[in-house]
Design a protein around this ligand. Structure first.
Ligand code: SF4
Length: 437
């Protein structure tokens, strides 16, 4: 076995799950770097130590996390690794079980355990670094986590059990963090939280997302601000006013709606019904006609009869969301819905996921074809094979449409804004050429 002094050991941080987990990994990596540790992200190569930041949201994600842990335990037993540490949501939620079932992990940590994790990695927690992290995204965009935890009690969701109550970060701290990101070349800020629209209620006694946005748009260098994980109930309409007046605000909103049948929404403890949901979407479209609305749905929830599912399909067909993701319901321990009978079979759940995605693919193709011949301001994230891959203000990284420009015929500066004329469209991709002034 190779042994090196602790300062020379290579630490590989592996992130699973959502952008909020990625943010936490970046904070961990920032702390390690400041402690002069050799740290990389998702690079097995020369690693001596691996820290796995797990996801514990639903069945499939938990399985992926366990498979990843077992993968690195195999490497350790093969002498390719010295230590394996596990943190994140799965570890927070199932630590005692994991310690019993996979004892070869050197240590398990919760989601609020950073100082202890740093200690076993031979590093000290540096409070003065708060707001600083080692970003892993392309230099021109970064996530900004404005709060952690959630005060809601959606019946199917284990996140409040894992991440605790909503804790908003003060506006001043977030502005400082965003200014540092801008100074490092970030042009696009992607705001994330468990429930973005709840921002401020805990520390200011009122919703202050709009106030935060008004400060962030003032930051020089930031050109695009994007909103993810909004919540329908109590949606702060003053946010729409900021989106209408501030050109740095992307005409984009990610708002998981989960379902449309009022009985299902009631059972889900969502606090909104069909009428409220439809009114909100009408308000969005009235305020910003070209807003790209992304939503997420759950199919196969307990009690989702064929009739209720047909209602959901019909609504998806009519609503023509720009972007839509769909999950099969996962019966999660300790959630409110766990008490309900899981009435829809796994096979039927997957069948319903496929039906919704089939409808959405056709809608996405139709909407994309309407973009052919039009010119959009884009930013390019990477080159992949023969193509440069970019996005418009209507597309968030990793989850939405991509703009493809043939690299054989054109040169594109990654991370720079450029106008692209769309020449061809498929369900989830648009092809285009740079527009020369
Ligand atoms: S808003 Fe609902 S679904 Fe989202 S994290 Fe909170 S409890 Fe879970």
């Amino acid at each position: 076995m190779r042994t090196k002094s602790s300062d020379k050991k290579n630490i590989n941080v592996v992130t699973l799950g959502c952008s909020k987990n990625l943010y936490d990994s970046e904070v961990l990596m920032g702390q390690l770097k400041a402690n002069k540790k050799n740290v990389v992200h998702q690079e097995d190569g020369e690693a001596d130590i691996v820290v796995i930041n797990t996801c514990g949201f639903i069945g499939d994600a938990k399985e992926e996390s366990i498979d990843t842990i077992l993968h690195y335990i195999d490497q350790k037993e093969a002498g390719l690794l010295e230590k394996v540490f596990v943190t994140g949501c799965l570890s927070e939620r199932y630590k005692p079980d994991l310690e019993k079932e996979i004892p070869n992990v050197d240590q398990y940590f919760g989601t609020h355990d950073l100082p202890n994790l740093l200690k076993v990695l031979g590093a000290d927690y540096k409070k003065e670094l708060v707001g600083e992290r080692l970003t892993t995204t392309p230099k021109h965009y970064a996530y900004l986590k404005i709060s952690e935890g959630c005060d809601r009690s959606c019946s199917f969701c284990a996140i409040p059990l894992i991440r605790g109550k909503n804790v908003s970060q003060p506006i001043e701290k977030l502005v400082l963090e965003a200014k540092k990101l801008a100074a490092d070349g970030v042009k696009e800020l992607i705001l994330i939280a468990q429930d973005l629209t709840y921002y401020g209620l805990d520390i200011y006694g009122k919703r202050r997302l709009a106030d935060l946005l008004k400060e962030l748009v003032k930051i020089e260098g930031i050109e695009w601000i994007r909103l993810h994980y909004a919540y329908p109930t109590g949606f702060p309409l003053d946010v729409l006013a900021v989106m209408q007046t501030e050109k740095k605000m992307c005409n984009y909103l990610d708002i998981p709606l989960q379902h449309i049948n009022s009985n299902i929404l009631k059972s889900m403890r969502r606090g909104h019904n069909r009428a409220v949901t439809e009114k909100l979407l009408t308000d969005f479209r009235a305020a910003i006609p070209d807003m790209a609305i992304r939503t997420t749905l759950i199919v196969g929830y307990p009690g989702e009869t064929q009739e209720k599912f047909d209602e959901l399909k019909d609504w998806v067909q009519k609503s023509k969301f720009d972007r839509l993701g769909v999950f099969a319901y996962s019966h999660e321990e300790d959630t409110h819905a766990e008490k309900l009978e899981d009435t829809v079979s796994d096979k039927e759940k997957q069948n319903r996921v496929a039906q919704i995605m089939e409808i959405q693919s056709a809608i996405s193709l139709e909407l994309n074809q309407q973009k052919v011949g039009k010119v959009f301001q884009c930013i390019f994230d990477r080159q992949e094979g023969d193509y440069y891959i970019g996005r418009t203000q209507y597309d968030s990284p990793d989850v939405d449409n991509e703009i493809l420009v043939n690299a054989a015929n054109h040169f594109i500066n990654l991370g720079k804004f450029i106008n692209i004329e769309i020449t061809e469209a498929t369900e989830f991709d648009l092809f285009g050429v740079p527009v020369t002034a």
